[in-house]
Design a protein around this ligand. Structure first.
Ligand SMILES: [Zn+2]
Ligand SMILES: [Zn+2]
Length: 296
């Protein structure tokens, strides 16, 4: 079984929900039969990530992520980064540092465990260290450190030529990245940002995770056209000019796609009456802090 729980479903500037980060868990049987999944993956970990994850540990079935009231960062096996905005990477300094200390023995519950694998494109991984993390993490115990002191970085290539374009969880679930049209320097895809297609090798079913993106119907249909569940980002208000996907744009999609679609990355106005139509026109707004079953 593969499940996905959003730590939060909010936009970058939302205050009523945490940032849109998700915990994916692979189970031999399922959360009803197991205390802990066999493998897991964080999709992004933004500035609100540590607080959101702390709250998640209080929920039924997520106790394995805490120890004596603190987050057990050693329980996080893998992290995938869609892109470098702070609502997607702002919690990584804490995850890196606390994980490092827990692996060194600061957390009694933690057996010596490997560094979490860190997946994204080579450009994202390089810029993550040089422009975001190095300032806070670059020196430890009187020596200079690098990204691989904290993580096992693994570069992916959406073209699949310079590196694989996918990784596998639980020897069964394939995660393939694809570029998204989020921020442009001069043209589509020249600023690195990614979404994910997840495929169950056993059933052949797939799920789609849009990442941050402008409306891109061709990309959605190519990568999510046959997905049984589609997690898609949304911007509820037409202003500011979008680097995201407007609700009005998603409403132009055929009913067959919209019914399978859960919207995330939304602003604090989601429960205004004008957005009540989301529950009729789509699968609804994604809910935070609970598991969705992607594949049985
Ligand atoms: Zn975002
Ligand atoms: Zn973004």
């Amino acid at each position: 079984m593969l499940t996905l729980a959003f730590l939060g479903v909010g936009s970058a500037f939302a205050k009523r929900n945490f940032h849109s980060n998700a915990l994916v868990e692979a189970w031999a049987t399922g959360p009803d039969q197991q205390d802990e999944p066999d493998d897991n993956l964080l999709i992004d970990f933004g500035s609100t990530g540590p607080l959101a994850l702390s709250q998640l540990t209080q929920r039924d079935g997520f106790g394995y992520l805490s120890h004596q009231g603190a987050i057990r960062y050693g329980a996080i096996r893998r992290v995938f980064l869609t892109h470098l905005h702070a609502d997607h990477i702002g919690g990584l300094e804490e995850l890196a540092l606390m994980g490092f200390q827990q692996r060194r023995g600061g957390c009694p519950a933690e057996e010596p465990s490997p560094r979490p694998m860190l997946f994204s494109s080579r450009e994202v991984l390089t810029d993550l260290w040089e422009h975001s993390l190095k300032g806070g993490l670059g020196v430890l115990d009187g020596r200079r450190t690098g990204l691989d002191d904290y993580f096992a970085p693994t570069a992916l290539d959406p073209g699949g030529t310079a590196a694989p374009d996918r990784f596998v969880l639980g020897n069964r679930y394939e995660f393939r990245l694809f570029p998204t049209d989020h921020i442009r320097l001069q043209r589509r895809f020249d600023w690195p940002s990614f979404g994910l297609v997840v495929r169950d090798r056993k059933s052949g079913e797939s799920a789609f995770y849009s990442g941050d993106t402008r409306f891109d119907r061709a990309n959605l249909e190519a990568n999510g056209g046959d997905a049984k569940i589609i997690f898609h980002e949304v911007q509820l208000d037409p202003e500011p000019p979008p680097v995201h996907t407007l609700l009005a744009e998603l409403l132009t999609l055929p009913d067959t796609l919209r019914r399978r679609m859960l919207l995330y990355h939304y602003s604090d106005r989601w429960d205004s009456p004008e957005f009540a139509k989301v529950s009729h026109e789509f699968g609804g707004f994604a809910r935070p802090q609970g598991r969705y079953v992607l594949f049985e």
